[in-house]
Design a protein around this ligand. Sequence first.
Ligand SMILES: *[C@@H]1O[C@H](CO)[C@@H](O)[C@H](O)[C@H]1NC(C)=O
Length: 252
Amino acid sequence: MTLLTTVGVLMVLASASSTATIPKFITTCNRKDPDMPNCVIGIVTRLRPYLAAGIPEFRIPPLEPLHLRELVAVEGPGIKISAKEIDTYGCSDFTIKRLKLDMDNLYAEADVDLPHLFMDGLYSVEGRVLTIPVTAKGTLRGNFTKCIGYLKMRGEFVKDEMGEDHLHCTYFDVKISVGNGHLRLENLFGTEELLGDLVNQVINSNFDTIMNELTPAIEKTLSAAFKRTANNIVEPFTYRQLFPDGERDTSG
Ligand SMILES: *[C@@H]1O[C@H](CO)[C@@H](O)[C@H](O)[C@H]1NC(C)=O
């Protein structure tokens, strides 16, 4: 062996040993799997409890709860409601109903069932209900059932210094539809319980309008969080590690 090949071999060994090893909770799919969507659904489904609690080694914060810091303002009839610091629970309790994979173009679409989401946050409300002026602040709670998430993902290959392809998610879009829901503004007026009930009635009879204004903020947060999560999970590993082509992978 010449000195140059020896150095070359040592360099390859050094970088091979620094290649990330796939942890046990990330399962892989054979590239020739005849039912790839089903295999990928399995990977993601097995990840659910880890996503819920967060995965510190991949810098993934807990999905439970999903936190929405930004202020969302919603105009109802005669009143304006602002909400912020919204925590949403139940996002990790998803079921992937449909997964369309285009492995050649690194494109995927998925429909995800979210049976029950629960939300709490801070609200302030201002305006008039039946000509009565209303100004209040307090806790906002909400229940949403039969939600569906529509996901679209696009990826690209990024080569590492060894020339190995790594998956990188370039685009992650989440749209949600809410089946049913109920919102409650708490501690509205202290003693004036009737007026508080009235405001809550007005809000819930305009639930669809309010949700139409609230969902874009939730969708934006989910899209950014899921893109970051997907990248933190797949980027450390080569495409070959995640989708082995049948030969035994002895590197890890
Ligand atoms: C949400 O659902 C739970 C359990 O069914 C119930 O106890 C709670 O009062 C509901 N909250 C709202 C805001 O509807």
